[in-house]
Design a protein around this ligand. Structure first.
Ligand SMILES: Nc1nc2c(ncn2[C@@H]2O[C@H](COP(=O)(O)O[C@H]3[C@@H](O)[C@H](n4cnc5c(=O)[nH]c(N)nc54)O[C@@H]3COP(=O)(O)O)[C@@H](O)[C@H]2O)c(=O)[nH]1
Length: 950
């Protein structure tokens, strides 16, 4: 540097030397901007000697713009009178070098005078470049830190602060707006169960034992617990070797952890399943066949438990000896190929030696440390047994199908695809003829009830698929055109995976006929074809309901043929049947089509007369019936005459109850009979009373005999030509404790109905014997007539044949008694009658035929039975003086009897004229009120003693 001023002092020299050796450029410019001084560093910077610089201005070295800038900064420093620093880029023209200078410009005064502006510069280009590079690196690092998915942290162990990126904040949830936090904040977030481990790991790392690595849970500030993976290492130490800085990263591994947990759970589950799954026997084998895994199902399937099996050889355990070599090779192949052989049905060996059917799948798995062959065996035992059972069952069902008595058609869609032999028999064709047909083609177009044949395939078959079972009756037509009715049972079945319907057909044609016959028999009388009692009840129920609905009356007629039994007995049952049929036909002609004629049984009929406008209509119908039935019946060569007694009851007037109506009609019919038969009688409430009385009397009757309430009265029988008493008729009397004397006409029928007549008749006979024994003292020829009911001949306890012995006991001859029987008895064809009558007559007992002329009067029995007396019924005697025909009848009876060597007794003689006429007519004996009523024994005895002729 050239100095034009006086030489320097020592201090100045030292200063000059110092400035000259300063590495930084130093210069001095006067207030006008002219260089006064510059040091060596300045010279080097400007690329010029000091001599070339001093005295010159900035414009001489740099471009004008920069020179002006320098000048402006110089002036500003002067103006502000303070040191100003700035950085300026300067391009030096001498070498084009561009440098960043840090410049301090200071106004320099000498006293108060401004010397100039002192400039000290430093070339900071390199520093700037380094700083820039560092800044760039930091930015890059910051971008990387921000861009990375991991939270990066930098822990200053001395300050305890943790510098981190925003991702760290995101993961931990700790405030994002700060870049650093005390480590304690983070540690506080670690899950309490993991804190110990985390602290220990950090401590290890700080001790330099191992890099820090931890997977643990933290509580995020939002309360969630997440899993993090945190890792780091010490990067700086102090001079004592203590760690001062540790950096690392944290990442959210919650998803992975959850996946791992799920995987572990899944593995545990699968292991549990594998272990416990019943249906799958799983075994794992080493390449040499050693058992490594053996689940419970394997134990069950093969009989070895896991302890027994593991470690032993597959071949010796479950492979039957003949198959061992082949299996060994196959196992070898699988390991070599690292793949399982195709699944197969195998027969393996159980511990106890029996073979086990399994479906076996194989797979070779690399377990990480080794290859294992896993076998998954499904026990086919049940399946094999089921299959064999199924085959057996199929054979059995095939056999059943073939042997079934019912025809079975197997229908698929609408076509018959199979049929059994029974079906072929049913349709009278070959099985093959049925195949391919639709069941409709085997049916007439319409069913008897109007159903269209198509309904079978359009409705019944699809319906069966839904309901599985359907039953109906169906009429089929065979290929030959004949028809038959069948009970159809349609059942949905799956055959070979396809829906079919089995149509079982049972021919019910005969069953229907039988049912119809049974119904017919249950509801109709076989003889007459009329509805029977059962049907009558049904119809009556309906008619009663209808009557109630329509508000109309109906009548119930109960009709009993009078003396029908006599016809039956005399002309035989065939004639009786014929007569009943004719009577039934006549009855039907008397009623309207809406009425019902029924036969209740025997000679009893009923008529339901429906929709009556008035009750009298029923009476008129009854009259028509009586007339129709009264006409003669031509029964072969015989002609029979018949009348009927009809009881009529009206619904609802009398009752609306079926049973009551039947009872009413019976009581009315009973009344009609009581009134002389051949008539009808409407039910009246008094009949019910009478019936009730009858019931009561019937009960009282049982007591009456034991209580001695019966007495015998005796009506004298006179020899008409002498007027003297020849005998008497014993007539029973009942002195009822409440009702007084009750007529035998009332109680004898009750005694007959109850069977008590047998006992009663025995008492009468014994009483007669006792009286006779006494009276025969007075009148040795006296005989007494005893009425004998037919019941006494037929009852199980009948004792008529003991009577002769009784007579003998009383010292009485047989002819001291006369048994009065009725035609009713003689009309019975049973041998019992003739046998007993014959035996009694053998003992001398005589027989009188009572009420002669009132019954059927078939005179043939007069030849068959030995009769001693004929008693002309009082109904003929009563009108002798007025009725010529009665007289003729009586004359005929007397003449006939005498011709047959019988005596005649006329009863009911009330007038002397009757007596006289009968006497003239030759009648032998007579009885009647003209002579005496039936008298108590004492009175009769008194009469005997008088011995006066009447
Ligand atoms: N099985 C038995 N039947 C008996 C017995 N006792 C009587 N009877 C039968 O009872 C019916 C009614 O008998 P009863 O009321 O005694 O009537 C008898 C006479 O009293 C009556 N009679 C006689 N004379 C006249 C007369 O002039 N006028 C008139 N109106 N009635 C007269 O006739 C009845 C006798 O009839 P019959 O027997 O046909 O001779 C009656 O059927 C008795 O048979 C008995 O012990 N057992």
């Amino acid at each position: 540097m050239t100095d034009s001023r006086p030489p320097l002092s020592a201090d100045a020299h030292w200063l000059h030397s110092l400035l000259q050796h300063l590495p930084d450029p130093v210069w001095l410019k006067n207030p006008d901007g002219v260089y006064l001084y510059c040091n060596r560093a300045f010279e080097q910077l400007f690329g010029a000697e000091a001599s070339a610089i001093v005295g010159r201005r900035d414009r001489d070295f740099v471009d004008a713009e920069l020179a002006d800038f320098f000048r402006a900064r110089d002036l500003l420093a002067v103006h502000l009178n303070t040191a100003l620093s700035n950085e300026e880029w300067v391009t030096f023209p001498h070498n084009g070098h561009r440098a960043l200078l840090h410049v301090i410009k200071t106004p320099l005064h000498n006293g108060s005078a401004l010397v100039g502006v002192l400039g000290i510069g430093r070339d900071i280009t390199r520093l700037h470049q380094v700083t820039e590079r560092l800044a760039q690196q930091e930015r890059t690092l910051r971008y990387v830190m921000q861009a990375t998915g991991e939270g990066v942290w930098d822990w200053d162990t001395r300050s305890g602060m943790l510098l981190h990126n925003s991702r760290w904040s995101e993961i931990t949830g700790i405030a994002r707006d700060q870049e650093q936090h005390p480590l304690a904040d983070f540690v506080a977030q670690v899950h309490e169960d993991d804190q110990l481990a985390v602290n220990s790991l950090i401590a290890r790392c700080l001790r330099g034992e191992a890099p820090y690595y931890s997977e643990h849970r933290i509580y995020r500030s939002d309360g969630r617990i997440i899993w993090v993976q945190d890792r780091g290492n010490v990067v700086e130490w102090d001079e004592h070797g203590l760690p001062t800085r540790m950096v690392g990263s944290i990442s959210d591994i919650t998803v992975r952890k959850q996946a791992e947990q799920a995987l572990r759970a899944s593995e545990a589950r699968f292991r549990a399943i594998f272990e416990n799954v019943d249906a799958l026997a799983i075994q794992g084998y080493a390449p040499d066949g050693t058992v490594l895994y053996w689940n419970r199902a394997s134990s069950r399937l093969y009989g070895y438990d896991a302890q027994e099996a593991i470690g032993r050889s597959l071949y010796e355990l479950i492979i039957p000896p003949p198959a061992r070599e082949a299996v060994r090779q196959e196992v070898h192949w699988m390991f070599a190929q690292q793949q399982g052989a195709p699944a197969a049905h195998l027969q393996l060996q159980h511990k106890d030696g029996h073979l086990v059917d399994v479906h076996s799948s194989h797979t070779v798995v690399n377990t990480g440390d080794r290859l294992m062959l896993f076998c998954l065996d499904i026990d086919l035992g049940a399946q094999v047994r089921a299959e064999s059972a199924r085959q057996e069952s199929e054979q059995r069902y095939r056999a059943l199908f073939a042997a079934s008595a019912d025809g079975v058609l197997v229908v698929c869609g609408q076509q018959i695809v199979d049929a059994n032999p029974a079906a072929a028999r049913l349709f009278a064709c070959e099985v093959g003829d049925l195949l391919g047909l639709s069941p409709c083609m085997l049916s007439p177009p319409t069913q008897p009830d109007g159903r269209d044949a198509a309904i079978l395939i359009e409705h019944y078959l699809p319906q069966t698929q839904q309901q599985h079972l359907l039953q109906c009756e169906w009429r089929f037509r065979r290929p030959d055109g004949s028809l038959f009715d069948a009970d159809l049972q349609l059942a949905a079945v799956i055959l070979g995976g396809i829906s079919h319907v089995l149509v079982s057909c049972r021919d019910v044609t005969q069953k229907k006929k039988d049912t119809q016959l049974i119904w017919q028999q249950a509801n109709f009388d076989q003889l007459t074809g009329l509805p029977n009692r059962h049907m009558l009840q049904n119809r009556l129920e309906q008619e009663i309901a209808r009557s109630q609905r329509d508000g109309l009356q109906l009548a119930l007629l109960l009709l009993d043929l009078d003396h029908f039994k006599e016809v039956n007995d005399t002309l035989g049952h065939r004639a009786g049947d014929e007569l009943l049929q004719l009577a039934a036909q006549r009855l039907q002609t008397c009623v309207r089509h809406i009425d019902t004629v029924a036969r209740l049984g025997g000679d009893e009929f009923t008529v339901i007369v429906s929709t009556l406008e008035h009750a009298q209509q029923a009476g008129e119908m009854a009259e028509r019936i009586l007339q129709a039935l009264g006409a003669p019946y031509h029964l072969g060569d015989d002609i029979a005459y018949l009348s009927a007694s009809i009881g009529i009851t009206i619904c609802p007037d009398d009752s609306s109850e079926l049973e009551t109506l039947l009872k009413n009609a019976d009581q009315a019919m009973y009344a009609a009979k009581g009134q002389g038969r051949n008539r009808s009688c409407f039910f009246t409430p008094s009949m019910q009373l009478a019936a009730q009385t009858r019931v009561r009397l019937g009960k009282d009757l049982r007591q009456a005999l034991a209580s001695g309430q019966f007495r015998l009265h005796y009506q004298p029988i006179l020899a008409l030509h002498s007027g003297r008493i020849a005998g008497a008729e014993a007539l029973l009397r009942w002195q009822h404790p409440q009702r007084g004397w009750i007529s035998p006409a009332e109680f004898i029928p009750l005694a007959e109905d109850s069977g008590l007549i047998v006992e009663l008749g025995s008492w009468v006979f014994a009483e007669v014997c006792r009286q006779l024994q006494q009276w025969r003292q007075l009148r040795p020829q006296l005989h007494i007539s005893v009425n004998v009911s037919p019941i006494q001949f037929f009852a199980d306890n009948a004792n008529l044949l003991q009577w002769p012995a009784l007579l003998a006991e009383h010292g009485l001859p047989g002819d001291s008694v006369v048994l009065e029987i009725t035609e009713r008895l003689l009309l019975d064809n049973r041998d019992q009658v003739s046998t007993q009558l014959h035996a009694l007559r053998q003992c001398g007992i005589r027989v009188s035929l009572d009420d002669f002329g009132t019954g059927y009067s078939s005179l043939s029995y007069l030849k068959k039975f030995a009769i001693d007396y004929l008693k002309i019924d009082q109904s003929f005697v009563r009108h002798l003086e007025t009725d010529g025909s009665d007289r003729a009848l009586c004359e005929a009876i007397i003449a006939m009897a005498h011709r047959l060597d019988m005596r005649v007794v006329a009863e009911g003689i009330e007038l002397a004229a009757h007596r006289d006429w009968l006497c003239t007519a030759g009648c032998d004996f007579g009885q009647g009120f003209l002579f005496a009523r039936a008298l108590p024994a004492a009175e009769f005895e008194a009469l005997l003693q008088q011995s006066q002729p009447f």
